[in-house]
Design a protein around this ligand. Structure first.
Ligand code: ADP
Ligand code: SF4
Length: 689
């Protein structure tokens, strides 16, 4: 198919200093969880996006010197010439597809930990904020940077830029945002110097300007120099001559960098989830930049709609469409637009599971794209799967994320696939959960897959079709895949906090009841030891329906796991706005229908009584695998059956998050008459002889 001319503007080449991007699709720097330790995984992850049509592919944060070390978080580095090879691998991979490769040089200043190198932290005035931030805390404050430090700081940037050029990069960044090195010189509350690097704004930008000029001289104008800059905090700082200090800095620096990459100062704002922010929500941090510079501007906004991308350009907000998450969810997004296949885009749902992968220090994984991180070690491609046998039939039972992904994968492989779903709608848990407050984008997990499988001639879909073991045997398919999901239980921990019995009372509910529209009446207590979104989403839903809600959790925060996906602060803020009463560090010990008894997790004797009508237990889920045991029983007494293999996938095998179900469905779709079950390659450290 041909490209819609409406989107031609997205495919215009853009000059960035001495280099030219082949189009406006720009993968902004972001960590992939691979750091320096997994060079092959990292190169393959980045290459996939170049193959998918992104015109510029950047590294994540790349330390210029051992005095900036973010271990154990996965950052990469250019500390000496031995580090170059890791980057060459990625640059070559990106260049194979005629895209530009960029490197985000980074010095964390006070905004890192130096846990590995044990080098003292340093900052503009020895004022510590980043290193003492709860969550990433370390116990060391930063020291004041004297003139010698500043001279060395500039030289480290130059040395790293020269290595970056040797590695073949086309674009070299200086990072002056997110509380890192040069940014700390810009902020009046962190820069209290009284030399030529402090005081007036011209003085505070001096270091940033010098570094750009030094680097440009060092790379002999063959590489573009990009400036990554956070605007939101500086937009709040008044200026005598401009609307804000952010405006003033951009005016002073206007055409000095070859590219402005504009972002927020905190990661929880920069990469906020879709539950709390819309696509393009950060436009006010960016829209004032272009009128103040002649150089191209890039910024992100979780854009998955080509019409919104075009609007960003036509309205003069940006020149290049920056993306991290949309390019993770669909590395082939540009190619699909170019080929008139925008209805096939695997749209990011904004769940931030990818963010949690980085925090977990593993290659980022994605709810929508199960191949992410598996490109090298499993040879998985997001668009192509090895062919299967069209004469073989596969029956998939259950159309949740696991069943849908498995059906799609098997359909793409050419098998003769039948999908049976008990309910009237496809989607399983997605169809229910996407109706919870803030989760509407999650429907994309269902819609992307159901749209594609409905077009496949080799896939037959039967809704409203609850199957029994006898039905399965009668259908006589070669392979059977059970994707029947899981149910929330009423079990609560026992008096010692160990897995306990069901709380049996007619006023005790589970999330399944709520998702079916079976709501409690009167003051309700949510007892959440699942720690993800469900407890706080139900609290929001029911509060908005007028129910007084108390939320009790043994963790020290509501939805405690969501520290990993950047939602924790917003969830707490929302609970406060909704006046949800919160008890952290408490377990539910008993409930008699009118009174709940809570006990402190630190002291069994410390108890509280709360008058309450109903309880919702958001705890564990039980796999729904009764069909599997029925089937095995029936088969043991059936002589004639063509069934060659039976698989159970997703929540009916291991209850988990949606990302796990999608991955499990994909893995099974490849494994039937195909792929091995474990990865084929592992990264290994180099052994010095
Ligand atoms: P997962 O997250 O593992 O994909 P879900 O709970 O989202 O699981 O989906 C499971 C789906 O399986 C539900 O839509 C449910 O209606 C369907 N299902 C369960 N048992 C049967 C059955 N016997 N026949 C057909 N569909 C079933
Ligand atoms: Fe988007 Fe979620 Fe995938 Fe991240 S994990 S890219 S937020 S769909």
């Amino acid at each position: 198919m041909n490209r819609n001319p409406r989107y031609d503007i997205l495919f215009e080449p853009i000059k960035i200093g001495p280099v030219t991007a082949p189009n406006r699709f720009f993968c902004t720097p972001h960590a992939l969880g691979t750091g320096q330790q997994m060079p092959h995984t990292r190169a393959a992850m980045r290459e996939m996006r170049a193959e998918g049509g992104w015109g510029v592919i950047n590294t994540g944060y790349c330390s210029i010197h051992p005095s900036s070390d973010d271990a154990p978080l996965p950052y990469c580095r250019l500390w000496d010439d031995d580090d170059i090879k890791v980057h060459e691998l990625m640059v070559e991979a990106v260049h194979r597809h005629n895209s530009l490769a960029g490197v985000e040089l980074w010095h964390g200043g006070d905004g890192t930990g130096n846990r590995l190198t044990r080098a003292p932290l340093m900052s503009a005035s020895g004022i510590s904020t980043g290193s003492n931030y709860p969550g990433w805390m370390n116990l060391s404050q930063s020291r004041f940077m004297d003139k010698k430090d500043i001279k060395e700081f500039r030289q480290w940037h130059v040395d790293a830029a020269i290595r970056a050029k040797k590695a073949g990069f086309d674009i070299i960044y200086i990072y002056a945002g997110m509380n890192f090195g040069p940014y700390q010189f810009l902020l009046p509350w962190l820069n209290k110097r009284n030399d030529e690097y402090g005081g007036t704004l011209n003085n505070r930008v001096r270091l940033m300007r010098e570094i750009i000029e030094d680097m440009r001289e060092a790379v002999e104008a063959t590489c573009a120099i990009a400036l990554r800059f956070s605007t939101d905090e500086l937009l709040q700082v008044p200026s005598d001559t401009f609307k804000s200090e952010a405006h003033e800095i951009i005016s002073i620096m206007s055409d000095i960098p070859d590219l402005w990459d504009v972002k927020a100062a905190s990661w929880t704002i920069e990469a906020a989830s879709a539950r709390f922010t819309e696509q393009g929500a950060r436009e006010p941090f960016t829209n004032f930049v272009k009128p103040l510079t002649n150089k191209p501007v890039v910024s992100t906004g979780r854009f998955t709609s080509p019409d919104e991308m075009v609007s960003q350009i036509k309205r003069g907000i940006v020149d290049l469409i920056g993306a991290a998450r949309p390019s993770i969810a669909d590395p082939f997004l540009p190619k699909k637009i170019n080929e008139g296949r925008e209805d096939e885009i695997r749209e990011c749902i904004g769940c931030n599971i990818c963010v949690s992968g980085y925090h977990d220090c593993v290659p980022v994984r994605c709810t929508q794209n199960p191949t992410m991180g598996e490109e090298w070690r499993r040879n998985w491609h997001p668009e192509f799967v090895p062919k299967g046998n069209p004469k073989k039939s596969v029956l998939v039972i259950g159309s949740g994320p696991a069943g849908l992904e498995c059906t799609k994968t098997l359909g793409d492989r050419g098998f003769d696939v039948t999908l049976a779903e008990a309910s009237k709608e496809l989607g399983g848990r997605i169809t229910k959960e996407c109706k919870l407050p803030g989760l509407s984008t999650w429907a994309r997990v269902r819609d992307y897959r159901s749209n594609l499988i409905q077009r496949m001639n080799n896939v037959n879909i039967f809704k409203d079709s609850p199957l029994t073991a006898a039905d399965i045997i009668e259908l006589n398919c070669s392979h059977v895949v059970l994707a029947t999901g899981a149910k929330w239980t009423r079990n609560i921990p026992d008096k010692d906090g160990r897995p306990g019995e069901e709380l049996l009372n007619q006023n005790v509910f589970t999330p399944d009841d709520i998702l079916e529209g079976n709501f409690p009446i009167g003051p309700t207590l949510i007892y959440d030891f699942d720690h993800y979104y469900m407890g706080s989403c139900i609290a929001e839903l029911l509060t908005k329906k007028g129910l007084p809600i108390t939320l009790v959790t043994p963790a020290n925060a509501v939805s405690a796991w969501t520290f990993m996906n950047n939602e924790l602060i917003e969830i707490r803020r929302r609970m406060i706005e909704l006046e949800v009463e919160i008890f952290t560090d408490h377990d539910l010990s008993d409930f008699n229908g009118n009174t709940a008894i809570l006990k402190s997790i630190f002291n069994n004797e410390n108890k509280k009584e709360i008058e309450i009508s109903s309880i919702i237990i958001v705890g564990k889920r039980q796999p729904d695998n009764s069909l599997l045991s029925d089937l095995n029983n029936e088969l043991s007494s059936t002589k004639e059956s063509k069934i060659e293999s039976i698989h159970s996938i997703g929540d009916c095998k291991n209850p988990g998050a949606i990302v796990h179900a999608v991955y499990s469905g994909h893995e099974c779709g490849r494994a039937i008459e195909g792929d091995t079950e474990i990865p084929i390659k592992w990264e290994r450290p180099k052994i010095f002889s």
